[in-house]
Design a protein around this ligand. Structure first.
Ligand code: ADP
Ligand code: MG
Length: 646
């Protein structure tokens, strides 16, 4: 068939590379097909570019397409494109050398992984990061022939074929049965690679790695890629219906997405992206925290699924694709450079997404709250993003004491800014209380002083909230502070609100005030090490007593969380504050006056303390609490029948 066959040797680096590819990479070998298809697609792209410029190729009636043919008998996979093709010189130049700066890095990486004694190296790890391009075919082939006819050559110029077994040499010869235009690659499969002769296997590889290649790909005459790469289309030409079905096909979500952003950017990095906010969040913290991330493409070819450098974790509820124009599949990019590029993309995506959410929050409060209820769990991780902290904080929503009651999960919400606009003259703190639900927040004794002063308190109803707020610490110079950590000084400048319904309580006489002080000492003696101090309370209204975190201490819910994490079952030791005007306290003073060592008084003190612990979510010794309560009930039932003469 040929007059002259020339034999050539590969350059030294190519030999090293081939040696590794043929001998060390066994898993994920399927990506060889991605590389061949992307080369074919590139060649078609280049041809189309020249045609658009007005150049006329040979065989100009041929469609721009890629055809794959499988032959189990001959053990061959043939991939043919009608693209730019290669001249004899180009065959030798392009397929005989690696002139890529990343080769060195790649080889080092491989060498390192082998030193660690890994038997099999996962090709996708290495190739995914460096891209090996054409030579990856030698992972599956024991012989490869590339015959090609350059699209812009003299029609009389023959086609040439490059052939190699990947072992150190290649040949180039003239062929008579070469393609009419473009390149035809005959891959003769190794004995252990015959899986790649199965059509279903090839179809699924294409679906996974090359679904969005912009030219038709046929496998044994059947179209294998049917999804258009929507993100590369002009925005104006894509319908909502198309976005929705694309989203559903990509995520397997049965619902339409909540929102879509179609982004096309030229600087600082040229890329396009389609970002979806699902209607319902997949809570990746409880199921699989690897499931988030965006799919990274380079000119329609998948580089990496669920890349986690393109988005910060707090936007991890978003799904979508990013397609970078200038991210070659091949070796030439060093990982570091890539990362810089991805970071820049991330900055753009964060900015655009925050702008979008801000607009939604101001244009359509209800829709925004829907978003918040679905995705805030993840979004609240934004406390780690210092650069955008003010913007992300402005997007947060919480329930509060000023919001009307509503059923759980539908609580009315407020932003910090709204809270601040309702605040009292001179207020510089955003107050909060952590509780499992609104009712629990409302009955929290620490709320009483805030009610009395008419100061709004945020209700943090999600266990992560307090952690998030304590990390943010400040919003526009307003400091977040737990209601239970409020000192009397914090609140004394705010006047009490008049409450007409409140019964007048007469002040303690001097004598009783003295007994009250001694009662406080007695309570401390009874409770011993269980409390730090027992003091008079200035914050209580409806409750007789409350446990208070000493200044600078952790809030009770924080402390509880830490204790759970550290498997610490001890009880917290805090200050006990007693409300001197509460009817229970007044009765206790009377009992104390009559007999300071009355055993009933002792039981009351202990029960009162247990009740305070319960309010904070701790159960001391359930047996003791139950026994004491039963005894007190027994006594009071007896006294009740006596008093009422029943
Ligand atoms: P890359 O695609 O990153 O340049 P490859 O190793 O995949 O690296 O390919 C090397 C070169 O071989 C390509 O740059 C291209 O010039 C040439 N080439 C490979 N496949 C084809 C093809 N199907 N048609 C035309 N040229 C090709
Ligand atoms: Mg390539």
């Amino acid at each position: 068939m040929s007059e002259e066959v020339s034999k050539h040797e590969f350059k030294a680096e190519v030999c090293k590379l081939l040696n590794i590819l043929t001998n060390s990479l066994y898993t994920n070998r399927e990506i060889f097909l991605r590389e061949l298809i992307s080369n074919a697609s590139d060649a078609l792209d280049k041809l189309r570019f020249r045609i658009n410029r007005g150049d006329k190729p040979i065989a100009d009636d041929l469609p721009l397409e890629i055809r794959i043919t499988l032959d189990k008998d001959k053990k061959t996979l043939i991939i043919q494109d009608t693209g730019l093709g290669m001249t004899k010189e180009e065959l030798s130049e392009n397929l005989g050398t690696v002139a890529k700066s990343g080769t060195e890095a790649f080889l080092n990486e491989i060498a390192a992984s082998h030193k660690e004694g890994e038997e099999k190296t996962d090709a996708s790890n290495i190739i995914g990061r460096f891209g090996i391009g054409f030579y990856s075919v030698f992972m599956v082939a024991d012989s490869v022939t590339v015959s090609s006819r350059a699209a812009f050559s003299d029609p009389e110029t023959p086609a040439y074929a490059w052939t190699s077994d990947g072992l150190g040499t290649y040949t180039i010869e003239k062929v008579d049965d070469g393609p009419a235009r473009g390149t035809k690659i005959i891959v003769h499969m190794k004995e252990d690679a015959t899986e790649f002769l199965e059509k279903y296997r090839i179809d699924s590889i294409i679906k996974q790695h090359s679904a969005f290649v912009p030219f038709p790909v046929f496998v044994d005459n059947e179209r294998a890629n049917t999804q258009p790469a929507l993100w590369r289309e002009p925005k104006s030409s894509v319908t909502a219906e198309q976005y929705n079905s694309f989203y559903k096909a990509m995520t397997y979500d049965s619902k339409d997405p909540f929102d879509v952003q179609h982004i096309a950017v030229d600087v600082p990095v040229q890329f396009s992206a389609l970002l979806f906010i699902p209607d319902e969040t997949q809570d990746f913290f409880t199921t699989d925290n690897e499931m988030w991330g965006l799919d990274l493409y380079s000119r329609r070819v998948l580089i990496q699924k669920r890349n986690k450098d393109l988005l910060p974790e707090y936007l991890g509820f978003m799904k979508g694709v990013v397609d970078v124009e200038d991210l070659p599949l091949n070796i030439s990019r060093e990982t570091l450079q890539e990362n810089v590029m991805l970071r820049k993309i991330q900055q753009v995506l964060v900015k655009q997404t925050l702008t979008k959410l801000e607009k939604l929050a101001s244009d359509d409060k209800e829709k925004y709250e829907h978003f918040w209820r679905k995705h805030s769990r993840i979004f609240k991780l934004c406390f780690r993003d210092y650069t955008n902290q003010e913007r992300t904080c402005a997007l947060m929503r919480f329930s509060s004491s000023a919001m009307p009651d509503a059923e759980a999960g539908k609580e009315a919400l407020t932003s910090f800014d709204e809270y601040m606009s309702r605040a009292q003259e001179g207020q510089k703190n955003i107050w909060y209380v952590a509780a499992p639900n609104r009712e629990a927040a409302r009955v929290n004794p620490h709320m009483e002083i805030f009610r009395k002063k008419g100061i709004e308190v945020l209700y943090l109803l999600d266990p992560v909230d307090e952690f998030v707020i304590e990390n943010i610490r400040k919003y526009k110079d307003w400091e977040f502070k737990a209601a239970e950590a409020a000192s009397t000084d914090d609140l004394k400048t705010f006047p009490d609100k008049e409450d007409a319904n409140k019964p007048e309580v007469s002040p303690l006489s001097n004598e009783d005030a003295d007994f009250f002080n001694r009662l406080l000492e007695h309570i401390k003696t009874v409770l011993g090490e269980k409390v730090k101090k027992v003091v008079i309370s200035k914050r209580l209204d409806d409750s007789p007593a409350v446990l208070v975190t000493p200044e600078g201490g952790m809030t009770s819910s924080m402390e509880k969380m830490m204790k759970v994490m550290q498997h610490d079952e001890s009880m917290p030791v805090r200050d006990l504050e007693i409300n001197q005007d509460h009817p229970l306290t007044r009765s206790m003073i009377r009992i104390f006056k009559a007999n300071p060592t009355d055993p009933i008084l002792q039981q009351m003190i202990e029960n009162l303390f247990d009740a305070c612990l319960l309010m904070d979510g701790y159960v001391g010794d359930p047996q003791q609490v139950a026994t004491r309560t039963r005894m007190l009930l027994e006594n009071s039932a007896a006294w009740y029948t006596e008093v009422k003469k029943l």
